[in-house]
Design a protein around this ligand. Structure first.
Ligand SMILES: [Ca+2]
Ligand SMILES: [Ca+2]
Ligand SMILES: [Ca+2]
Ligand SMILES: [Ca+2]
Length: 1007
């Protein structure tokens, strides 16, 4: 049936021109100012709201450039501006005032709802709009801003607030769009309520905060020279002590007495890398630190070490399941704090080591012993970096330690694998089919009515919306012409049995044979015949006929291919959308955003070019279900470096492997895994039904086994995806994690994990049930060493990049005779696009240049002088040059500079005679006019006037203001060529500037 539907779909395509909707992105402007430290005022100006075309149900998307979307399933997708502001040191917020700029009313807009979000565990269904909201007269979201949320990161105080420039009036189908929103924050002096107010932030903190906030200029208020602050500079650092550690300890292992020796090699290794390190036992912590329970005692120790030992990396050395529950769990060695789970359908509290990284407050503001409720105002900005070695035995500990050390030592940069599974099946009830079945029994007017109703009631019909979104032609021909749709549907009904005959009908994709091809050709012919008797406008009919003809030609090439292959190679299908055809949701689509980078809603930098990224996707695999052996034999056992996965999982199942499969892996070099799968990181062994699983979760097997992974970042509970979209909450965290690595070059696993969360914090509104984000925020844990750095192309063969340029980018006052030099980080040779290197001025005129390479330097030498006061752009394509391994640069490079005034170089304004001029009188008064007043230069006497035989002709030279006059002392010969050479330094201006080059004029006298 699936294949039959695919073929139906395919038939639909034959009359459809796939045209991607064009949505011009308009720039949003954002101007802000900061007025001292008593008030922070910022005005955010928004770009034009782009209202997309109506879909089947009459819904529109509303986009404003660079804004994100509120994504509550079934609620209107409202663009929002996330604002994060740094509050100056020593201040607190008195009042936040929001004022809206001019509002513009746009009619006939019905904002589409955000898609449902599902665990990467279950089936998914189409989203239904929230009827209460969509029937309401009230504006949505109503407020123009979210509840302000204050968070602390070390000493820094940050305000999070979201602004809503768009208000939607569902019953009127109108939106009001504010062109700007002003935010005024009045501040007051205050003594800090933050326990870490006097910590001197580390460079990583500073970097993280500067990435988050809109007003990084305030960072300086935290750069104090106060000698009480701890210094990052260890030389000047006051040695301090916490209760359990003397002096500094960048890196701390927390484990039980039994395992201290097992972690010692790791501690030694870290120290050999130059870190200070220590091991602390939970037994000592429980004896020495207060707390309502053990997790709180451990956290109090971490705070103490953070404050007094400058500790940043904490490895929790022990498993944390319920204690002696099953064969693999011993004692609860380093217990975990379980945080509030937002969903009544998924009630389990969430195992969250975040609790040990975010050290402000106690995660239980309301004191009810339920931790991490929104009302507890939990700390969500981390002070320290935490990972867990979930070990229960000496063997497990030594496996973990050895793999971690081996990875760090190996320092190899190898391949990455993107692993994607099929996430969601088709909803079997397709409304087109439904309409088709219905309409056979109805009279035509009823058919039209039914179809219209279907059109209006189904927001996202499986096939129709796809075509509607992608084809203007379809929209016109079918949507606006329900009768035609009815005819077409009737045809489909007629052909369904036949299609089922053609295909095996067993639900699997099938091979197309010659008989199928004959049948398909008959079908298209018949279809054509029937279309010609329907009243279709001539233009449309022509279009359809052309497509049928193309299709028939194409059909003849299909023998031996599968339906899926046929779709994939179809010239009619926008290949990027192919996978939506079957309306399945593919993990691979999400993984591609990480592999290639994405600008969807926010920016994710993909893998650098030159880094080998392979894919194993159900989407692309024949039969759409790659077998486990493919993963084990061809991925893991080939020793990959990185694996990034999205697919169904549970506590003992991941990437189609079970615990036993993991235990028998034979890879000799451990890898890093990031997975969005459900429960695969449930290291507390909690099952979906709340019971404690007797065996450890599969990620524990990966990191504590002798092979497998050295670290994983995984969910302790459900991962979340959306149907037919890549806006799943887990995906946002996954993207930001890799952006941390590739975009921000934060390589420590613990730091990259923190970054991935903190950059998503704007999606979490304090007052609101933006629960999927909160859920992910809590459940994503690092089972691995937080200090370990991922090895990404920095060692061995660094990525080819430009180290510096001369002039530097945006340099002003550049000399007119400047040779542009571009220095790379290694020797280069000409690449494929060396000829495409381009210099042009702001009038878009190209500048002719001589381009040469010498070792690591590319020289771009303009043949003529550059113009004065002119902006220039130098474009160096990514593959203009290559290194000796053939790697090109990651990105094309643009260099901008502006030439100076004539200050640097004297220019010739006019010259008599001009170079090459003939018929010059025999007693000429040669006159060179410059662009400024000149005086004699050091080579004034070297001005030469030579005749044809290179014999010098005596002359008299004089300067008057900006003119140099040269008069031969005797009459020149008739019809003879002369060369006048004015050396570059013959004249100068008052500042000593000279000509860029010798000015040479050749002229010929008259007969
Ligand atoms: Ca904090
Ligand atoms: Ca265990
Ligand atoms: Ca609470
Ligand atoms: Ca466990």
């Amino acid at each position: 049936m699936r294949s039959a539907k695919k073929l139906l779909t395919y038939l639909l395509i034959l009359v459809i021109a796939i045209v991607s909707p064009v949505c011009p992105a308009l720039a949003a402007s954002n101007e802000g100012d900061s007025k001292g430290f008593d008030v922070i005022s910022k005005t955010y100006k928004f770009g034009t709201a782009i209202v997309g075309p109506k879909d089947l149900s009459g819904f529109n998307s509303v986009n404003i450039n660079s804004l994100k979307f509120m994504g509550k399933p079934g609620h209107p997708m409202i663009p929002f501006k996330s604002v994060v502001l740094l509050i100056p040191k020593g201040k607190s917020i008195k009042k936040v005032n929001i004022s809206l700029g001019e509002q513009k009313l746009i009619n006939n807009v019905k904002i589409k709802p955000a898609a449902n979000i599902y665990p990467t565990f279950s089936k998914s269904f189409l989203t239904t709009p929230n009827t209460k909201i969509y029937k309401s007269d009230a504006a949505y979201p109503g407020n123009s801003n979210s509840e302000p949320m204050v968070q602390w990161k070390s000493a820094y105080q940050l305000l999070f607030i979201n602004l809503y420039p768009v208000q939607f009036f569902p019953s009127q189908e109108q939106i009001k769009v504010a062109e700007s929103i002003k935010i005024d924050i009045s501040l007051k002096d205050s003594s800090p309520t933050n326990s870490f107010a006097n910590v001197k932030p580390t460079s990583l903190d500073k970097k993280a905060v500067s990435q988050l906030v809109d007003n990084p200029e305030i960072l300086q208020t935290y750069d104090s020279n106060d000698s009480n602050f701890f210094s990052e500079d260890k030389v000047n650092q006051q040695a301090q002590s916490s209760v359990l550690i003397e002096g500094n300890a960048d890196y701390v292992v927390i484990t039980s007495r039994d395992f201290v020796n097992d972690f010692q090699p790791l501690v030694d290794w870290k120290m050999s890398k130059g870190l200070t390190a220590a091991t602390v036992t939970v037994e000592d912590i429980y004896t020495n630190y207060p707390g309502v329970d053990q997790p709180e005692q451990i956290r109090n120790f971490i705070s103490d070490a953070y404050l007094n030992n400058q500790s940043l990396f904490f490895l929790l050395g022990g498993d944390a399941d319920g204690g002696d529950e099953g064969s693999e769990s011993g004692d609860n060695i380093v217990p975990v704090r379980k945080l509030w789970g937002p969903f009544s359908d998924y009630p389990s509290p969430i195992a969250a080591d975040l609790y040990y990284a975010c050290l402000n407050g106690d995660f239980d503001g309301n004191g009810n012993r339920i931790y991490g409720e929104p009302g507890d105002n939990p700390d969500l900005l981390a002070e320290v970096y935490v990972g867990r070695a979930p070990i229960d035995s000496h063997d497990e500990a030594s496996n973990f330690v050895n793999k971690t050390i081996n990875y760090e030592k190996a320092n190899k940069n190898k391949s990455a694998w993107m692993i994607g599974e099929k996430l969601s099946e088709d909803d079997p009830h397709c409304s087109v089919e439904y309409a088709a079945i219905q309409q056979d029994e109805m009279d035509p007017s009823l058919v039209v009515k039914t179809l219209k109703e279907l059109r209006d009631s189904k927001i996202s019909d499986e096939y129709v919306s796809f075509y509607y979104k992608n084809s203007d032609f379809f929209k016109q021909a079918f949507i606006n012409n329900a009768l035609l749709l009815a005819h077409f549907t009737k045809l489909l009904v007629k052909y369904v049995p036949e299609l089922n005959n053609i295909l095996s009908g067993n639900g699997c994709d099938s091979i197309i044979n010659q008989e199928d091809i004959d049948n398909l050709l008959d079908l298209t012919t018949e279809f054509h015949n029937e279309l010609t008797v329907i009243n279709i406008p001539a233009d449309n009919l022509q279009d359809i006929e052309a497509k049928i003809y193309q299709l028939q030609k194409y059909i003849t090439t299909l023998e031996g291919k599968t339906i899926q292959n046929a779709l994939e190679m179809s010239p009619y299908v926008d290949q990027k959308s192919t996978n939506s055809l079957a309306d399945e949701t593919w993990g691979g689509d999400c993984k591609d955003e990480i592999k290639n980078g994405s600008e969807k809603e926010f920016s994710t930098k993909g893998f650098p070019s030159g880094y080998t990224v392979n894919t194993l996707y159900d989407r692309d695999y024949e039969g759409n279900d790659w077998p486990k052996s493919e993963l084990v034999d061809n991925v893991i056992n080939t020793d990959p470096n990185l694996i990034n996965h999205l697919g169904h999982a549970d506590i003992t199942k991941l990437m189609k492997m079970e615990n036993g499969d993991v235990d028998s892996l034979t890879n000799t070099e451990p890898f890093f895994l990031y997975s969005q799968g459900c429960y695969a990181g449930s290291f507390d062994n909690m099952n979906t039904d709340g019971t404690i699983n007797s065996s450890d979760c599969i990620s524990e097997h990966l990191v504590t086994g002798s092979n497998g992974a050295f670290a994983t970042i995984v969910n302790s509970r459900y991962g979340w995806f959306t149907k037919n979209d890549t806006r799943g909450s887990s995906q946002f965290f996954d993207r930001q994690f890799w952006n941390s690595i590739f975009g921000e070059k934060i390589y420590n696993l613990g730091a990259a994990l923190n970054y991935s969360k903190e950059t998503n914090l704007t999606y979490l509104e304090n007052s609101d049930s933006s629960n999927y984000i909160r859920y992910c925020y809590y459940e994503i844990n690092l089972l691995g060493d937080p200090e370990t750095k991922l090895t990404i192309k920095e060692q061995g063969s660094p990525v080819l990049r430009i180290n510096n340029t001369k002039p530097a980018t945006n340099q002003k006052g550049v000399k007119l005779d400047e040779t542009i030099t571009v220095k790379f980080n290694k020797a280069v040779t000409k690449g494929d696009n060396f000829q495409q290197i381009l210099v042009k001025n702001s009038s878009d005129e190209p500048v002719a240049t001589n381009n040469t390479i010498s070792s690591d330097t590319l020289s771009i030498d303009p043949i003529e002088l550059l113009k004065t006061n002119m902006a220039y752009t130098v474009y160096i394509p990514a593959s203009a040059v290559k290194d000796k391994e053939g790697n090109k640069q990651e990105n094309s490079y643009y260099l901008y500079f502006t030439t100076g005034t004539n200050d640097n170089v004297i220019m010739v304004d006019s010259s008599y005679p001009e170079d090459g001029e003939v018929d010059i009188p025999l007693k000429p008064m040669v006159k060179i006019e410059f662009d400024r007043e000149i005086v004699k230069g050091k080579d004034f006497k070297k001005i030469k006037l030579n005749d044809y035989n290179n014999k010098s002709v005596p002359y008299k030279a004089s300067i008057k203001k900006s003119a140099l006059t040269i008069t031969p002392k005797k009459k020149l010969n008739e019809n003879e060529s002369y060369v006048l050479t004015i050396p570059a330094n013959a004249v100068k201006d008052k500042n000593g500037a000279s000509l860029a080059t010798d000015h040479i004029v050749t002229f010929t006298t008259t007969d």
